[in-house]
Every structure is written in structure tokens, then in C-alpha cells.
Design a protein around this ligand. Structure first.
Ligand code: GLN
Length: 492
């Protein structure tokens, strides 16, 4: 089998058995990137020298028998994580030349665990989007293709570059961030697995902020096991993030061995939305049947405030974004467009630095937070958010996890759904409720549509029960046996 086709778990075994070196593994991935990056635009910045230096250090440790948990494993890092000395753009002109003087906690943990960093992956600008089209560096492209349609497909968003890189075998795994679905939806579109952990599970320190009460880092990889291995390193309390949770990090990969026998799985009836393709409905039913066969009990549950989740999200997220992005004023760091006076400098800098979607959200956010409208919009949205959380809390009295589709469609061609932002926002219908409630959720590739494009199922769990969703996700993965390969995967 080729080196780029190994799972992260398999590669780790081979490294430790000295059947392959970190250098060989890294070089294989760098060659794959060289071949496919021009087509996929999955990376904004490549770091081959850093990768080879890290691989060398890993090989030395491996030779001494002192392997670290992720020693020598090549990963891709979403370009929203600050990396010391390596340009971090958030896919924005505003940060086009920003070289952080410090490292995010999550990437610092990955580095300290011996991982190899191949480069920084493409995303929607400041992680705002579902298709990568808002990237100032041009969209990442999905390695998947429809058989009779040459139009390039979206890898999803915002972590589309990470998803494309992992699906195309350019990296063994990647980091993503998820504010309203940005790990799960691109994972589903690209036929890989992704976990959005419980809010507070992974430190937000050093991640470019979008909506601070929603942002969470998480792993993306080709198997649930690989995600579990990565999450174990990424997670953990961090005094540098005031919302980081003081929860012990369990050995997540152990949960893969758990049976789902006796678990109660809820099917939220409000997720049967109008206009959902019959294939997705059918896959959802299949998923429930697989879990039932594995010994779980399927129950219908109700999450009555689900229809309010999208409007709530699209008030809360822009509100927080408008406040977070106020820091890009041309004074402290990032782009500055010189002007006659300070106000004009602010205006010119922000006009030039932000793209249309980011500006739209700043405007909406500023509006819903403004005196006179705050109570009607922001405060009301916060109240609805509590009701959405309460729905989940009640449901989790009856069931142990929830099963839903990840997205209401398979990947669409780049350029579609682009004329009206609301159409794009609808893509997040199944992912935003768990984000608003801060719950852990994962997406598992479970099948393909009639055109051969991947479809994912989502498992949502109780707060800090990542182990539960990993166990259910693994059961789904086992039954689905998803083995489809994207058209543009690395060959070696
Ligand atoms: N698609 C959603 C948005 O545009 C979610 C993005 C995210 O999770 N970062 O806000």
C-alpha cells in the first residue's frame, strides 16, 4: 500500500516498527502536495522545510525508542491557528502578511507530540462560510468530481482546505475549527471524519477569533480512530483560555472498542426538513438500522426549537464577529492603508482588508448589537439559544446520543448557491444547533449519492461525552464500510 494511503493509526505503527521513516512519510506527502496543490488549492502556505526538520527530529526520537504520541505524522493545519514564525492569514487580505510571534495552544500541543506540519490550509475568510468561496486566496477545490460534470465542486467550509487535503491524501490528518459546522460539513462533503468537541474541550488560545462563544477546534482525518488519536493530543484545560474546561482528557481512542449495545439513539423529528434529497433521508434511515442491528435502541425525539437555530446563529455569530473583528484597525497588526487622518485610515484599511461576506456580517452584527436593537435581536437570540440548549438537555434524558444527517445536500459546484447568502446559510441547518448548545458532534462518511459524492451522518452527544459519539461513530463507520476514493487522490 502507498504511504499516503495509510491511516494515521497505521502510519504510527509502521513508524514505531521502523518499517518506514518519518522522512519517507513526509516526503511522500510533500510529493503528493506538489502534484495536487495546483488543482486543489488546499493550502495557503506550505512549510516543507519545517516539515522535514520536524521529521528529522521525529526519526531521531523513533530511533532511540522514545517515540512521542504523534511522532513523525504529517498533518495539515487550518490557517486560522496562529503558528509561530509561519504566516497565518485566516484567508483574509487583512492578515495576508501576518507572521504570529506565538503559537496557538492546540498547534503547540501537536508539535510537542511530535507531529509534522506540512502547511496551512485554505478556508473561508475568517472561517465565515460553507464553501470556501470567501477565501481571499481563491477557494479550495474538492478532490471529488461528478462523473459527467467537469465543474469543480466545493470541499465545503470553512475548513475546506483541511478536508480537501485529507481526502486527497495530502495529509494524514488536519486541524479544523467549527463555529457552526465548519469541521462537520466539509468532512461530510469530502468523505472524511471530523469531530467538533464540546465547547471548552480544546483551547481557543491563538486561534483567530470568529464568534468566541461558538468557536471550537477539532480534528479531521479519514477514520474515526484517527480523529480520536488527534483529539487526545489537542484537548485539555488551558489557563490561557478563560472558557477552557477543567475536564480531564480521557483516552479517546479507547472508546472505539465500546459497543453500542443498549445505547439509546435519538432521531430528532424536526431534522426531517422539507426539500431534503431522498438519498440523504434514506442514508439516515440506514444509519439508524445499522445501529439497531449493533444492539442500540432507536427512539424518535423532539427538539422543538430547531427551526429557530439558524436565525439565532446568524444573529449571535455576526454579533460576536463584529466585536472580534474590531481589532483589525490598521494600528496594531495586519493590513494598514495609509490616509490623511485616523478615521480615514480605519475606513480604508477595513474596506480593503475585508471581503464582502465578512463586511456583511460585521454590518449585521453591529446592527443587532446597537442601542435600540440589542433587546429585539441579540438579547432575544440569546434567550432562544437557551431554549435550544434546553431541548437537547431534555432529549438527553431519554437518549444517549442523537443521529442526524450532517448536511442537507452533497457537495455542490463552486459558484452555485452564491448569489444569495441565505441559501448558503441554509446549508448549516443540521450543524448549528449543536454549536449553539456547545455539544460535541462528529461527522462520519456513511455513503455516496447517485453521483458518487460522499454523504455524512452526524452524531451529537452530551456535554463532554466525546467518547460516546466516538463509539457510535465507529459503529456507523464499521457498518458503512465507506471505501470510495476521490478522483484527485494522491497516487503513490
Ligand atoms: N457556515 C457557517 C458560517 O458561515 C459556519 C462556519 C464555521 O463553523 N466557522 O458561519
Amino acid at each position: 500500500m502507498s504511504l499516503t494511503d495509510l491511516t494515521l493509526a497505521e502510519a504510527r505503527k509502521k513508524l514505531r516498527a521502523r518499517e518506514v521513516s518519518a522522512r519517507e512519510l513526509t516526503e511522500a506527502h510533500l510529493r503528493a502536495i506538489e502534484a495536487l496543490q495546483p488543482k486543489l488549492n488546499a493550502f495557503i502556505t506550505l512549510t516543507p522545510e519545517l516539515a522535514l526538520a520536524q521529521a528529522k527530529a521525529a526519526d531521531e526520537r523513533l530511533a532511540r525508542g522514545e517515540a512521542l504520541p504523534l511522532d513523525g505524522l504529517p498533518l495539515a493545519i487550518k490557517d486560522l491557528f496562529c503558528t509561530e514564525g509561519v504566516r497565518t492569514t485566516a484567508a483574509s487580505r487583512m492578515l495576508e502578511n501576518f507572521i504570529p510571534p506565538y503559537e496557538s495552544t492546540v498547534t503547540a500541543k501537536l508539535k510537542a507530540a511530535g507531529a509534522v506540519f506540512l502547511g496551512k490550509t485554505n478556508l473561508d475568510e475568517f472561517a465565515m462560510g460553507s464553501s470556501n468561496i470567501t477565501s481571499a486566496f481563491g477557494p479550495a477545490v474538492s478532490p471529488w468530481q461528478r462523473p459527467d460534470d467537469p465543474r469543480p465542486l466545493t470541499p465545503g467550509g470553512s475548513s475546506g482546505g483541511s478536508a480537501a487535503a485529507v481526502a486527497a491524501r495530502l495529509a494524514l490528518g488536519a486541524t479544523g475549527t467549527d463555529t457552526g459546522g465548519s469541521i462537520r460539513q466539509p468532512a461530510a462533503f469530502c468523505g472524511i471524519a471530523g469531530i467538533k468537541p464540546t465547547y471548552g474541550r480544546c483551547s481557543r488560545y491563538g486561534i483567530v477569533a470568529f464568534a468566541s462563544s461558538l468557536d471550537q477546534a477539532g480534528p479531521m482525518a479519514r477514520t474515526v480512530e484517527d480523529c480520536a488519536i488527534l483529539l487526545e493530543v489537542m484537548a485539555g484545560f488551558d489557563p490561557k483560555d478563560s472558557t477552557s474546561a477543567e475536564e480531564p482528557v480521557p483516552p479517546f481512542a479507547e472508546a472505539l472498542k465500546r459497543s453500542v449495545r443498549g445505547l439509546r439513539i435519538g432521531i430528532p423529528k424536526e431534522y426531517r426538513v422539507e426539500g431534503m434529497p431522498p438519498e440523504i433521508l434514506a442514508l439516515w434511515e440506514k444509519g439508524a438500522a445499522w445501529l439497531e442491528t449493533a444492539g442500540a435502541e432507536i427512539r424518535e425525539v423532539s427538539l422543538p426549537h430547531t427551526p429557530h437555530a439558524l436565525p439565532t446563529y446568524y444573529i449571535v455569530a455576526p454579533a460576536e464577529c463584529s466585536s472580534n473583528l474590531a481589532r483589525y484597525d490598521g494600528v496594531r497588526y495586519g493590513l494598514r492603508v495609509p490616509a490623511e487622518d485616523l478615521t480615514e485610515m480605519y475606513e480604508k484599511t477595513r474596506a480593503a482588508g475585508f471581503g464582502a461576506e465578512v463586511k456583511r456580517r460585521i454590518l449585521i452584527g453591529t446592527y443587532v448589537l446597537s442601542a435600540g436593537y440589542y433587546d429585539a435581536y441579540y438579547l432575544r437570540a440569546q434567550k432562544v439559544r437557551s431554549l435550544i440548549l434546553r431541548d437537547f438537555t431534555e432529549a438527553f434524558r431519554e437518549v444517549d446520543a442523537l443521529l442526524t444527517p450532517t448536511a442537507p445536500s452533497a457537495a455542490f459546484p463552486l459558484g452555485e448557491k452564491m448569489d444569495d447568502p441565505v441559501t448558503m446559510y441554509l446549508n448549516d441547518v443540521f450543524t448549528v444547533p449543536a454549536s449553539l448548545a456547545g455539544l460535541p458532534a462528529l461527522s462520519v462518511p456513511c455513503g455516496t449519492d447517485a453521483q458518487g459524492l460522499p454523504l455524512g451522518l452526524q452524531v451529537i452527544g452530551r456535554p463532554f461525552d466525546e467518547e460516546g459519539i466516538i463509539a457510535v461513530g465507529r459503529a456507523l463507520e464499521e457498518s458503512a464500510g465507506f471505501a470510495a476514493r476521490p478522483a484527485l487522490a494522491a497516487q503513490e
